[in-house]
Structures are given as structure tokens and as C-alpha cells.
Design a binder for this molecule. Structure first.
Ligand code: ATP
Ligand code: MG
Ligand code: FE
Length: 343
């Protein structure tokens, strides 16, 4: 039976219905960016309140789009963490209450497992073992995926996440919040080679990342420049090339280290066009396969949560009726589908 998925960990309300046999039946997304733009970042309490306003109407809309009634649902999945506690509690409470009233199981999904499994929403999905690059607003991780649910952290960021670096770099060149996607658009217009920034931590062994130095290099270049639109685009281009090169080098290294022949890219930065082109090209050259979610499922969405939850519910997992969220939650602590239920 179809599973309803609810995402509310940060500033996107996402709702979807996914069926393991029929696939994705419907999905809806509402982004709060305009609400938070005047503050230059997400305001947690405003985020919680807006989830309260949007969630139930969106559940109704999504069910209608899937031509389902609420009692057609076989389970409810929601993001239980990591994320903003108030925002998480809105999704968790609604999901738990709905599941309880329908007498179906509910399951709390790890937001990053959702991102990681998003490529499974596409045709010809990847099969473990594979390496996953998770690059989002809050994380930059390389993960060895031995099975769904069995995750080994290969590398992590020592400071800023990749998406955070995009956003902060955009901000310091005067672009409005959230600047990452806008910076990427400008980079397309910029001239390659006018600004060259370093590829952090690629000159030494290991799979960790560090992006705060890159941000500082951009700040200096910007301050010393004529600050015209053309220069901003050229700097954006230099930044994006450094970022994408760094991610590509580390992905190749992770494939070497693990012997895996498949690579999954997920998280908001996975929507980046240069990153997708460069990794497609690397895959052809080095003979591995690369899998991406469609760009709209790289950033936060309900579909990835419905899918991850459907897999765990089908394996018999589904936790107690308590409303429990985890603002911080270690991905490696999740169990495989046939193991003990997570948390
Ligand atoms: P997390 O998943 O770690 O909790 P999050 O949910 O806020 O963080 P996502 O929604 O996965 O993150 O992704 C948002 C991030 O992706 C932002 O930092 C944004 O700048 C970045 N991003 C989105 N599109 C692009 C793009 N085309 N190029 C580069 N970065 C992008
Ligand atoms: Mg967001
Ligand atoms: Fe996310």
C-alpha cells in the first residue's frame, strides 16, 4: 500500500505518496525562502509556524493528486532528524497522529538517508555497494553504502558544508539569500581562467573536505576587484570550478579506496550543472557509473522521505507511537533493512 512521506526538517514543506510497486504517485513542495529572505537566513520559529500552516492542506492536495483517500495509505513516513527541532516536531506530530488515527505504522526517517536514496526514485536505480557523495546545505560527506541502511563514513567536512560554501560565497559578493543557486547561474556566464582558486585538501591523502579557506580566497579576490557584474560572474566561475574539481577528485579517490564501481550524488549541490557534467564525463573516462536524482529531488523534498520510509516499513520496521525527533542524528547509527529498527 502507498506510503505518505512528510519532510519538514528545515525551510521546505514536502509531501509525497510513494508505492514500492507503482513508484511515486504524487508530490508537493512548498519552500519558505521568501519568508526568511529578509532575515538573511532561516528563522527557526517562523519555519515551525509556516510548516503548521502549510502541512495539512498539502497532505490533502497530494492525496487528491494521487487520486487516493486517506484510508488508502499503508503507512506514514516523516523526517525525524537531523534538523530544526520545532520544524521536525510539526512533521512528526502530524505524521504520528495521522498514522494513529488510521491504525497504520509510522516511521521516522533520517533526512540524509532520504537524500542518499533519492536516486532510487529514478528509472534504472543504483544498487549497493556504491559510494555516495552527499553535498547539501548542512553536510558534505562521502559514504560507503554497503547495503541500504549500512553506511560507513569515508570523509566529512572539517568546516563549511559544500552548499553552505556556495551560499556564503554568494552572500559576500552581495547576492541575496539563499545565494547558492544564483551563484551557480552566474558562474555559467563567467569566464573560465580569469580567477583560479585552490582545490582544498586535494594535495594530501584522505577523503575529508574543507571549504572555508576557499571562501576567504573569494572574499580577498572580490575586495581587491572592480566589483562589476562581469567580475562577479568570473569569480563565481572560478569558485564553482574549484568546488566541482575538489568534489570530483575526492569522489574518484573514494571509488579507488573502496573498489566500488557506482557513485551516487545527492543533496542540494547535486543539482549543480557543472558538477553533473564533470562527473558524467569522469564516469565515461574511468568506466564507473554515476547516478543523480532529478534536480528537484536533490534539494529537500517529501518524495525521498516517502521512499526511504516505504523501504523500512516494508522490512517490518516502524517504531512506537511516541513523538520523538532527533535534531542531531548520526547516519552510521542506522541499521540495515533486515536489522534492528533505528532509534
Ligand atoms: P541538509 O540536507 O544538510 O540538512 P539542506 O536540507 O538545507 O541541508 P538541501 O536542501 O539538500 O540542504 O540543499 C540546499 C543547498 O543546496 C543550499 O546550500 C543551496 O545553495 C545548494 N544548492 C542548490 N542548488 C544548487 C546549485 N545549482 N548549485 C550549487 N548549490 C546549490
Ligand atoms: Mg532548504
Ligand atoms: Fe536536506
Amino acid at each position: 500500500k502507498p506510503v505518505l512521506g512528510i519532510e519538514s526538517s528545515c525551510d521546505e514543506t514536502g509531501v509525497a505518496v510513494y508505492d514500492l510497486k507503482a513508484g511515486l504517485l504524487a508530490h508537493r513542495l512548498y519552500s519558505q525562502v521568501r519568508l526568511h529572505a529578509e532575515y538573511g537566513g532561516v528563522v527557526p520559529e517562523l519555519a515551525s509556524r509556516d510548516h503548521v500552516r502549510k502541512l495539512l492542506p498539502m497532505v490533502r492536495e497530494t492525496l487528491a493528486a494521487a487520486q487516493l483517500r486517506v484510508d488508502d495509505l499503508g503507512g506514514v513516513a516523516y523526517t525525524a532528524g537531523p534538523g530544526l527541532i520545532g520544524a521536525l516536531l510539526v512533521g512528526a506530530s502530524a505524521a504520528r497522529a495521522l498514522a494513529w488515527s488510521l491504525d497504520v505504522p509510522a516511521i521516522g526517517v533520517h533526512h540524509m538517508e532520504g537524500h542518499l536514496l533519492a536516486p532510487l526514485l529514478e528509472a534504472d536505480p543504483p544498487k549497493p555497494p556504491f559510494v555516495a557523495l552527499l553535498v547539501s546545505g548542512g553536510h558534505s560527506m562521502l559514504i560507503a553504502v554497503e547495503a541500504i541502511g549500512r553506511y560507513r563514513l569515508l570523509g566529512d567536512t572539517l568546516d563549511d558544508a559544500a552548499g553552505e560554501a556556495f551560499d556564503k560565497t554568494a552572500k559576500l559578493m552581495g547576492l541575496p539569500y539563499p545565494g547558492g543557486p544564483e551563484l551557480a547561474r552566474m558562474a555559467q556566464l563567467g569566464t573560465s581562467g580569469r580567477f583560479r582558486f585552490s582545490r582544498p585538501m586535494t594535495d594530501r591523502p584522505g577523503l575529508d573536505f574543507s571549504f572555508s579557506g576557499l571562501k576567504t580566497q573569494v572574499l580577498l579576490a572580490w575586495q581587491q576587484s572592480d566589483q562589476t557584474d562581469a567580475t562577479r560572474a568570473d569569480i563565481a566561475r572560478g569558485f564553482e570550478e574549484a568546488m566541482v574539481d575538489t568534489l570530483r577528485i575526492k569522489c574518484l579517490r573514494a571509488l579507488d579506496t573502496t573498489g566500488a564501481r557506482s557513485l551516487v550524488i545527492a543533496g542540494g549541490v547535486g543539482a549543480n550543472r557543472r558538477l553533473r557534467q564533470q562527473l558524467d564525463e569522469a564516469a565515461r573516462r574511468h568506466g564507473f557509473r554515476v547516478y543523480f536524482p532529478r534536480p528537484e529531488f536533490c534539494t529537500d523534498n517529501g518524495a525521498m522521505i516517502a521512499l526511504a520510509g516505504a523501504l523500512r516499513l516494508a522490512a517490518g520496521q516502524g517504531d512506537s507511537t511516541a513523538i520523538h525527533v532527533m535534531p542531531r542524528w548520526d547516519l552510521e547509527s542506522l541499521g540495515p533493512l533486515d536489522g534492528e529498527p533505528a532509534a
